[in-house]
Design a protein around this ligand. Sequence first.
Ligand code: NAP
Length: 274
Amino acid sequence: MTGHRPGRLVLIGHPVAHSLSPAFQNAALRDAGIPLTYEALDVPPAALPHALRLLRTQRAAGNVTVPHKESVFIACDVLTPLARRVGAVNTFWTRDDGALVGDNTDVAGFEALADALGVVRAHCVVACMGSGGAASAVCAAVEQWPGALVRLWARTPQRARALAARFGDRVRVAPSLRDALDGAQLVVNATPLGLRDEDVPVAPDQLPRDARVMDLVYRRGETRWVREARRAGHAACDGREMLLVQGAAAFEQWFHRPPPLEVMRRALEAAAAR
Ligand code: NAP
């Protein structure tokens, strides 16, 4: 880990213009008196190797979002044990010796969402839709919950099988969505379904009774799935708290100081309302 301040602070993704991260990271930087600006960089996949070479020379740190989390995982010289477990990097920094270090703070973000929803972790049966980087962070968190189990359901079964194979018997691929949901106490959407208001990942009447509903997607006014699940009597929340906490954990990695969480939360709420 570098003992010096990063030379530059960025979010790498494609697209990134919609991201709420700059709003709350810049509020945190101002509050902490750190003279840096958190910049959203739209990097198409073909331009990623060049962008990473440049960022390394600038001693940059930052976050990574869709679709680059797995490519940055491969490009890093050093990985934290958690990033290695997840197989994806959402937070990075450049060490004094020029090494690019990759971490994953989405796991901490997911744990914060579980707290917000009052999830009872021990022996929890989790139905998780999706098999990308976010689903992998869910698996890495839940495998630490005593006796808990993830049932994965994804539209590309081979990707779900490959993810489950990395986690042993605590993560299983369900033969159908109905099997994934059957008796689940927590249902997680780890697909982008819901970014458009007309999409819901599971019809509310298919949700198991009393299941808690966690949407990793966030959008202005909450996602339709969260609104409908709540109307049907489920405890439900979208991915905003996860976004905040993964960003706060990243801030702590970059600057070795506690993040101004309430300042960040207020900035995020204000940006989401705009
Ligand atoms: P990813 O690696 O691209 O994986 C996306 C997963 O969703 C894949 O399994 C993909 O299936 C599936 N999928 C995509 N479109 C679909 C559709 N129309 N119907 C059904 N399944 C579909 O993305 P990710 O990094 O895991 O992120 C997933 C979502 O979580 C994104 O919306 C992201 O913004 C959100 N997220 C939020 C936070 C937060 O802080 N709140 C953090 C991380 C991620 P295929 O493999 O078949 O393409």
